[in-house]
Design a protein around this ligand. Structure first.
Ligand SMILES: Cc1cc2nc3c(=O)[nH]c(=O)nc-3n(C[C@H](O)[C@H](O)[C@H](O)COP(=O)(O)O)c2cc1C
Length: 225
């Protein structure tokens, strides 16, 4: 396929994607969900941490948790009624330069034990202590880990749109209560992880009433040449 044809296809996927909150009853196939999830799995993350987990709920699981989640998630009211799949984006808690998971991520990337590894860990210590100022802001570490999951979120939504699957990102919920519920239900390990966001996936029932609105392009894109 030519570069122009690929650009057109990607642009068409961006034009097609809108936040879809009401879906028809068509199920997304397992194969298509796995394709979407591959793009989460393969997404990049800061320092290659991959401090995330993506939990997929199909219709049966959604039915099981719908009532409880609707009470806690004001932003997912209609999505929870009709979505084919709900993906929970979880981020690792308390990721510090001296956490085992940071060391593991370096070893996974081929940085060997010894001087190289120690040098990197020292760099991450400076990054967290001096750049992120984690001592003054205990939330900074969580926010940093959670931010990484939004890269996967964007990739999943684009990948879905490219094959005609609609989605809606969701962060309108009570984080503490949803975390407590998911831990109680055995879905998350609250010692290690918390929810950052959710995405509903399905096929739109109808096109949105309102046209997509965006600020003028020149207002948000600046070239310095
Ligand atoms: C991180 C994020 C969180 C969002 N949370 C919610 C939500 O909780 N409930 C909802 O209905 N829409 C949610 N949205 C959808 C936005 O309202 C929507 O993307 C925005 O209005 C732009 O419209 P468009 O996606 O149709 O282009 C969220 C979007 C993003 C990117």
């Amino acid at each position: 396929m030519s570069k122009d044809a690929i650009k057109k296809q990607v642009r068409a996927a961006f034009d097609h994607r809108v936040a879809v909150r009401i879906y028809n009853d068509q199920d997304i196939s397992k194969e298509d969900m796995e394709y979407i999830l591959d793009t989460a799995w393969l997404s990049p993350s800061s320092i290659g941490l991959e401090g995330w987990r993506f939990v997929v709920l199909g219709r049966k699981q959604i039915a099981k948790h719908r009532k409880a989640l609707k009470v806690l998630a004001w932003g997912a009211q209609s999505q929870l009624d009709t979505t084919s799949h709900l993906v929970l984006l979880l981020a690792e808690k308390n990721v510090r330069y001296d956490s085992e998971s940071v060391k593991e991520s370096l070893l996974r990337r081929g940085i060997s034990q010894g001087e190289n590894l120690d040098m990197r860990l020292n760099l991450y210590k400076t990054f967290q202590e001096e750049n992120m100022k984690i001592a003054d802001n205990p939330r900074a570490v969580w926010d940093w880990a959670a931010k990484q999951t939004y890269i996967a979120m964007g990739n999943m939504m684009t990948a879905a749109s490219m094959i005609g699957i609609d989605s809606c990102p969701i962060e309108g919920f009570d984080y503490d209560k949803v975390n407590a519920y998911l831990a109680e239900a055995g879905i998350i390990n609250s010692e290690k992880e918390s929810i950052a966001s959710m995405i509903s996936f399905g096929y739109r029932l109808k096109d949105p009433k309102h046209p997509r609105s965006r600020k003028p392009r020149q207002e948000v894109i600046t070239w310095l040449e």
